[in-house]
Design a protein around this ligand. Structure first.
Ligand SMILES: *Cc1c(COP(=O)(O)O)cnc(C)c1O
Length: 363
């Protein structure tokens, strides 16, 4: 009996990307094996955390790293680290930030909702938010003005396809913060393959969801300067307690990082590109569909299939209503477009999607 049958759960085809409500990603057999090996064992957790710091450093080029429960908690704990540092009294006082610099500056174009608003993840540490610019535009002048306020503890930036408005130059933004002695944190949750690029902006911390493109168990990877990573680790004795990484998550991250470093990345990218190209070719032959390959808008090394149809919202609904339910990206339905991410899908699942499209459009 499969795990889905045993617990009476739906089998789904996930062409929606690293989507939390569908279980995010598929871990490899190697990662799953490492997790299974870790569960019945004891560890000195500080040793495990030292090892994962070395592994994150060697995979990303950061000075140090640590792992917390997920990126949402990594945002809260990075902000806590910026406010309380490693001071035990301040760590114990959070979320009471009375005698601390407790303003977090965030460009309004970087306010995103990944199921929760990132503003709440910031406020959970006891910090107050100062928005720079408006939701359409945050220029460097707007940012400089916000950073000029009193009591600023850090600058939070988001690198994601969820951001809106005109793109902001992250390197220039980090430089503005550093000119005032303010640390800069980048939430790059869905950007694991770009971690080194995000660190190259000069950011003090880069936050990554391990369960997204690293395909580890759920984990928030925190990569950055030794001092700031140390301060994030120190929050364990405070609000970080409920946001800790489990032993099996840390071991899973170690295994996934090892696989990532051993992997032939050029071959992986070429294989993924072929998968998208042949899907687009087959989908394009279905009457009523115009199909094309689109690159990731944030320069992740992957592409997706873009389908233009007459009634995109209706088609998405019908795909989900079938057996098995097929989930696709629906943020462009208003323009008559559906986007499909194929990375975790096998040939059988891709054939299922094409068959379903043929049936639904042949009416
Ligand atoms: C997914 C996501 C998060 C949340 O990550 P979790 O690891 O699920 O907590 C935060 N920020 C952005 C931009 C995301 O895409």
């Amino acid at each position: 009996m499969s795990i889905h049958e045993r617990h009476r759960l739906s089998v789904v085809v996930n062409a929606r990307g690293t989507f939390t409500p569908l279980g995010v990603s598929r871990s490899s057999a190697g990662v799953a094996g490492a997790v299974a090996e870790a569960l019945p064992e004891f560890f000195v957790m500080e040793e495990l955390r030292d090892r994962v710091s070395d592994a994150i450093a060697s995979a990303t080029g950061a000075q140090a790293g640590t792992v917390v429960h997920c990126t949402s908690s990594a945002i809260t704990l990075a902000v806590a680290a910026a406010m309380a540092g490693t001071d035990p009294r301040r760590i114990a006082a959070l979320p009471d930030t009375r005698d601390m610099h407790n303003r977090v500056v965030i460009p309004a174009v970087h306010v995103v909702d990944y199921g929760q608003s990132n503003l709440q993840a910031i406020r959970l540490a006891g910090a107050h938010v100062s928005l720079a610019g408006d939701e359409n535009r945050c220029g460097l002048d707007d940012l400089d003005e916000a950073l000029d306020e009193q009591e600023v503890s850090c600058l939070l930036l988001t690198s994601s396809r969820l951001t809106h408005g005109e793109p902001l130059d992250l390197t220039a933004a980090v430089r503005l913060a550093h000119r005032r002695g303010v640390p800069a944190i980048i939430d790059g949750a869905g950007q694991f393959p770009r971690t080194a690029d995000l660190l190259a902006t000069g950011a003090d911390l880069v936050l990554i969801s391990g369960q997204k493109y690293l395909a580890s168990p759920t984990a928030g990877l925190v990569a950055g300067s030794r001092r700031m990573v140390q301060a994030v680790r120190a929050q364990d004795r405070g609000i970080g307690r409920g946001m800790k990484a489990t032993k099996e998550a840390v071991v899973g991250v170690l295994a996934a990082l090892e696989e990532w470093q051993a992997m032939d990345r050029a071959k992986w990218e070429a294989d993924q590109a072929t998968k998208v190209t042949s899907f687009v070719q087959a989908a394009g032959e279905i009457p009523g569909i115009t199909a094309e390959v689109i690159p990731d808008p944030t320069s992740l090394p992957l592409s997706r299939a873009l389908l233009t149809v007459e009634d995109a919202a209706g088609l998405a609904r019908e795909l989900e209503a079938g057996t098995p339910p097929i989930y696709v990206m629906t943020d462009r339905v208003d323009e008559g477009q559906l986007v499909l991410e194929l990375i975790p899908l096998d040939a059988g699942e891709i054939a299922t999607i094409l068959d379903r499209l043929r049936v639904l459009l042949d009416k």
